[in-house]
Every structure is written in structure tokens, then in C-alpha cells.
Design a protein around this ligand. Structure first.
Ligand SMILES: [Mn+2]
Length: 369
């Protein structure tokens, strides 16, 4: 029997619409430590994006330090990889030394899967990799996609099928539903098909902030421990998994209870202002047909954790429809698209001088393409 707790995308140091989440993150990390103390899993799998930025603040660093120290004292082995948001080298600072103490960290991808054995299980660690990493480490292979790169790294590893095999990875897997706070690569990130992971009994994924399985029930995103965008409706959880000698995987989602939830309230301005206040982070959708003067300052004064607001009325719906229709037309130039967008938003025609400026910028950025 092998047991584990799987978490990811803590994003320590993240701000939500300008609000510092230090207290909220400290609170949820406390709850995660309590769950681990209670369940006593063999391993804690931390699947990347531990930090929110590659230059974390002192406060963020000390929050992670406290969390890691407490995790270490629970007695579970810890497996932590770097995500695309992490300072990969800093995350694996002194990793060779702490490795012998059951704290295993894979920072920067170094060309192969890091493997550690724990009881009946082999645990492999694959920090976030890019297509360029695959090409750099396997120059003589035909690597045309991120899927090729990940498959090549895995194929290059000798996996003992008689063992329980676990992979900790931070990638975008085909079909995963994003929540909007992930910062995927501009222009779209090439997804990895779940078939690339067929050798593993469980794949602990990070990168996507909404908990879900990806292609198979043993390939899972735990999701972030807090809601990092207002579009997330579902509650958050950590994954508690057990794999028996028969390789049977049992998954349990253990609910987390945030200090402050993130909620959307949708109604007209007067109704929202007359509702009871809340300590939660609140995103407001106003249904009023005409704009309410100073709505933002009124809502900020009314709700201590007011995030932002938008209108959903016949005007904004028409605007959306127009943009969608415009997006389906293929034969117009980028400058023409811009001109249309400008008049939709500014509600007047672009001037000749402005249009020239846009055309020059497009030419400068894209060339004649
Ligand atoms: Mn993330």
C-alpha cells in the first residue's frame, strides 16, 4: 500500500486584484499541514507553482520555509517540482543535502526524470519543461512538439513495471479545462496527450488551477488550494490517494476551507447595495441597463474585499456578439480588425492619424506578414 497527498499551484505571494493573500495562504497551508498530520501519507506530492513569481518576496520565502519545516516534521516524504512560475534554481537550493532527509526537490529540468524509491513505489519528478528543453537535451531526436519532448524524456527512462510508479509533473494535458488564472503561454500552449503518461499508476499534475482528471482517472490536477479567479465556482480540495498491492487506485478529495471565499454576486446596483455585507472576496456583475455613476467606489466602500465589477446588459452583450462575429471573418487585415475594435469601444471612428500609427506599429511588430 502506498499513500499520498497531492497538491499544486499554491502560488505563494500571489495578489488577487491587488489584495495581498498572505493571510489566506498561511491559513490554507495550516489546514493542509493538519490534513497531512491526520492522514500520515507516505508521500506529499507538490506539483509545481509553489511560488507565484520567479523573484519571490522575503515574506513569501519565509511562508514557504515555515510550511516546508512543518511538512518535514510530519514524517511524510516530500516530492516538490518547479512549475513555470517558480524560480527553479532557488527552489532546489541545497537540494542534494536535504534529499537524504526525505525532502526531494526537482528545480530546473536537467535532461532526465529524477527518480526516488519509497517502499513499493518509485516516484519520478518532471519539473516544467518547454519544447526548447526537449530539443536541447535530445538534439538527435525528432522533437516537433512538447508532446514529443515529454514522451522522449519518459521513453528515455527505464521504468520498472513491477513497482508502483508515480509521476509528479507540471504541464498542460490535452482537454484540461482552464480557470483563467494560469498564465498559459500567449498564443496557446501545446498540450501533452495523456497517452504520454501510460506507464504510471498515478500522475500528480500541476499547472491548471481547476481540479480535474485529464484523459484518465489516474492522471489528475489537484488544482490550486485557493480560488485565484472569480470564474471558479467549485470548492477547493487536496487529493488523498492510496494504491494497493493490486495496483488499485483509490482517490478521495479532502475539502479545504478558505479564510475568505471568492464569490460572484449578480444583480442590479440597488439590490447589491442592500444585500448583507460579506468578508468574502466579491466580484460584482451589474445588470443595470444604464451605467451607475461611481459604482466602483460605492461597492468598495460597501464590501471590504470588493475585487472588481462588470456590466451584463443589452449593451455589453451586443458588444460581445459584435466582437465574436468580427472574429469569424478571415479576409480582413489586422489594421481593419483594430479599426473595428476601436469604434466598438471608443464609439467613434478612428482618425487618419491614429490609423496610420496603428498600421506602422503592426508593420513594425509583424513585418509584412
Ligand atoms: Mn499555476
Amino acid at each position: 500500500m502506498f499513500s499520498f497527498i497531492h497538491i499544486s499551484d499554491i502560488h505563494i505571494g500571489k495578489k488577487l486584484h491587488g489584495y495581498d493573500l498572505y493571510e489566506d495562504q498561511a491559513y490554507i497551508l495550516d489546514e493542509i499541514v493538519s490534513i497531512i498530520e491526520e492522514r500520515k501519507p507516505d508521500a506529499v506530492l507538490i506539483a509545481g507553482d509553489v511560488y507565484d513569481r520567479t523573484a519571490p518576496s522575503e515574506e513569501a520565502t519565509s511562508l514557504l520555509d515555515g510550511f516546508m519545516n512543518r511538512l518535514y516534521r510530519t514524517g511524510s516524504s516530500i516530492f516538490m517540482i518547479a512549475g513555470n512560475h517558480d524560480p527553479a534554481e532557488k527552489l532546489s537550493f541545497l537540494s542534494d543535502i536535504v534529499d537524504s532527509h526525505g525532502l526531494h526537490i526537482a528545480g530546473k529540468f536537467n535532461g532526465h526524470l529524477e527518480k526516488r524509491s519509497l517502499g513499493d513505489a518509485d516516484i519520478y519528478m518532471l519539473p516544467y519543461i518547454r519544447l526548447a528543453d526537449g530539443r536541447r537535451f535530445f538534439p538527435d531526436r525528432d522533437i516537433n512538439s512538447l508532446a514529443d519532448a515529454v514522451s522522449t524524456v519518459i521513453a528515455d527512462t527505464e521504468i520498472d513495471k513491477s513497482r508502483i510508479n508515480i509521476l509528479v509533473s507540471h504541464q498542460f494535458v490535452t482537454g484540461a479545462a482552464v480557470s483563467g488564472s494560469e498564465d498559459l503561454m500567449i498564443g496557446g500552449e501545446m498540450p501533452v496527450p495523456p497517452e504520454a503518461f501510460s506507464d504510471f499508476d498515478y500522475v500528480a499534475l500541476g499547472h491548471i488551477h481547476r481540479a480535474q482528471s485529464a484523459g484518465a482517472s489516474n492522471i489528475r490536477y489537484s488544482g490550486s488550494p485557493l480560488k485565484y479567479s472569480a470564474s471558479e465556482r467549485d470548492g477547493k480540495a487536496v487529493i488523498y490517494g492510496r494504491i494497493g498491492g493490486d495496483r488499485n487506485l483509490e482517490i478521495e478529495e479532502i475539502r479545504l476551507h478558505p479564510l475568505h471565499d471568492v464569490v460572484i454576486r449578480r444583480s442590479d446596483f440597488n439590490s447589491i447595495m442592500s444585500e448583507s455585507s460579506t468578508d468574502d472576496f466579491i466580484y460584482v456583475v451589474l445588470t443595470d441597463e444604464t451605467d451607475v455613476p461611481d459604482a466602483v467606489s460605492a461597492l468598495s466602500a460597501r464590501f471590504p474585499r470588493f475585487l472588481a465589477m462588470e456590466y451584463d446588459n443589452s449593451r455589453t452583450r451586443r458588444l460581445e456578439d459584435d466582437v465574436i462575429i468580427a472574429g469569424y471573418e478571415q479576409e480582413r487585415s489586422p489594421a481593419e480588425y483594430y479599426t473595428e475594435l476601436f469604434s466598438l469601444i471608443a464609439r467613434k471612428d478612428i482618425s487618419d492619424e491614429q490609423r496610420k500609427c496603428v498600421e506602422d506599429s503592426i508593420l513594425e511588430i509583424w513585418g509584412n506578414a
